[in-house]
Design a protein around this ligand. Sequence first.
Ligand code: NAD
Length: 478
Amino acid sequence: MTRITVAKGDGIGPEIMDATLAIIKAAGAKIDVDEIEVGEKVYLAGNTAGIAKESWDIIRRNKIFLKAPITTPQGGGYKSLNVTTRKFLGLYANIRPCISLHPFVKTKHPQMNIVIVRENEEDLYAGIEHQQTDEVVQCLKLISRPGCEKIVRYAFEYAKQYGRKKVTCFTKDNIMKQTDGLFHQVFDEIAKDYPTIENEHWIIDIGAAKMADTPEAFDVIVMPNLYGDVLSDVAAQIAGSVGLAGSANIGEECAMFEAIHGSAPRRAGQNMANPSGLLQGAVLMLVHIGQVEVAEKVQNAWLKTIEDGIHTYDIFKEGTSREKVGTKEFADAVISNLGQKPSQLPAVSLSGNAALNLPKYQRKPAQKKELLGVDLFVHWNGSSSDDLADILKKVNTPSVQLSMITNRGIKVFPDGFSETFCTDHWRCRFKHIDEKNISKQDIIQLMQTAVDNDIDVIKTENLYAFEGKPAFSLGQGQ
Ligand code: NAD
């Protein structure tokens, strides 16, 4: 028996959860359920996190969490419970299989069978944002080596275990050479440990276009958080419907399983919703907790039901579908098909699959780190970068001096273009005149002089080299 935590959520959540639990229990799932309340009621009772402390205790004790969709009330500072759960529990991997059910569910991509592996904790979703000037706000994109290693390793281990042939990495490292560059670099490093699995990297824009046009060219695709968020919905939709996809959020200790769609409040309480997305989440859960035979039985009965044309309203199509059913009747049909296999759709065989065995991250020895300079970010309302350079010359010390100014990344001093549009947010780079290292004391002195001269420095970024390699972006055009 595995004790799991269940949250029935909001909107259509309770109906699809009841249907899902009925199916997996009928298939012989050995689970005990602790139910917790999350979502709208909890939010509206004044808890902006949408979950009570006691519920966290249950989730952390059981480690396995099956969650129905919840409604996040609009505005009012309510925090997304999904994002919080993923980050609190360290659920670094989001796995979303997107498989065509052609010809039983309409899709332009009958051969599609891909798995999106999305990094789930970092990137722009660290949610670290600041307004620094009248005109400019920033969001910090954080990519870590452990984050990259864990997710890329997960993608290759998944491919190995499920007999998949290729892992593709999507990034935009032609532009973001440090952040996406690290993701791509780690991908190349880890790919070497899996010589029998093909690997490739695509720049995300053309990769996404190719995926939307010819998804059968891909197998497993691994990517940073934001790209994965967008493209996993695209992939689920073009496979047939977002209403049919489930996802697993996996961490080193805990895991959460869910449907990818929301709480569809307009459909709530009418016995209309399709429970398939949550059921797919539950199948991923059963594999994760080692109840592989039950997972296989449920999946094959579900495929047979879809194949029989027993469809809820969202996928019902005159001609292909045979009977339009409600949530409960769909669940009953799946239950009556337990033990059977689909005849046209490929039946799944999950034997031998279980939770992946992944190494814990090992911190590498510290690298040699040198301070090569500093960027002072300045809030300044003028328009001529030469004027700003004149002002900033006051900040120069005999050895550490202004070398470049950029505005939104593009170099505007020295030798800027008058056509370049400038905001009030200027990055002013100071380096040693003889390309030597500088000290933290030099930075303090620059800052003190800036304050003395009423120069509004809104933040600083140190310019480091690691193992002798400069590790910061140049100005565009530099
Ligand atoms: P939604 O996914 O709830 O609904 C979008 C459309 O898809 C609706 O027209 C609905 O009728 C249909 N649909 C969705 N799931 C269906 C199902 N199982 N069966 C049949 N039809 C289905 O997206 P939304 O309307 O943008 O969001 C509603 C609420 O859900 C919002 O409060 C949002 O914050 C929340 N949400 C929660 C999660 C989650 O808990 N994981 C995810 C996304 C959205």
